[in-house]
Design a protein around this ligand. Structure first.
Ligand SMILES: [Cu+2]
Length: 175
């Protein structure tokens, strides 16, 4: 990691402890368009129904990624867990080295490490990003966790004619 990036991270620490959702959920810095952090956190499914699982930016669902079709994005992915992770950009036609599928050869985000990816979002539509790590028989890993975030890709030319946007992410937790 470059010294400058390290300093930026260090500078973020006080903000994170004060407002973790703001710090990581909508973070846009001068280097990356988005920063996504994989870490253990809590989700309140209902009153007195709290599960500990792995989350994106400390929230479920993860933060909304708003892209424009054909406009390149830079994303920093930080893995603060002890397990290598993969983020799969579901439904997009992007190169396999950034698509987040190990069977296609995408590199893992190392445990306690980070990875930067750059790609051109396409096609337009409502997509999502989710873990593509292999859970096997471990019901506390991969898609059994809260690692999913919505991705909205605006069409390049047609902005649409709607007056309300509702994004739904449904997931079944079985603690
Ligand atoms: Cu998928």
């Amino acid at each position: 990691m470059k010294r400058r990036s390290l300093l930026q991270l260090a500078g973020l620490t006080p903000l994170m402890s004060a407002a973790p959702h703001l710090a990581w959920g909508a973070l846009v810095n001068e280097e990356a368009d988005y920063r996504l952090r994989i870490a253990t956190g809590l989700v309140e499914l209902a009153p007195d129904q709290i599960v500990s699982t792995v989350l994106y930016n400390d929230q479920f669902p993860g933060p909304l990624f708003r892209f424009t079709e054909g406009k390149q994005v830079v994303i920093d992915m930080h893995n603060d867990t002890d397990t290598p992770e993969l983020l799969h950009w579901h439904g997009q036609t992007i190169p396999s080295d950034v698509d987040g599928a190990f069977e296609e050869g995408s590199p893992f985000v190392p445990a306690y490490g980070m990875q930067r990816i750059t790609f051109v979002p396409q096609p337009a539509g409502f997509r999502y990003v989710h873990t593509h790590a292999f859970a096997g028989a471990d019901l506390a890993r991969s898609t059994f966790t809260g690692q999913v975030a919505p991705v909205s890709i605006e069409p390049k030319h047609n902005p649409g004619a709607y007056d309300r946007e509702v994004l739904l992410v449904l997931k079944e937790f079985n603690p």
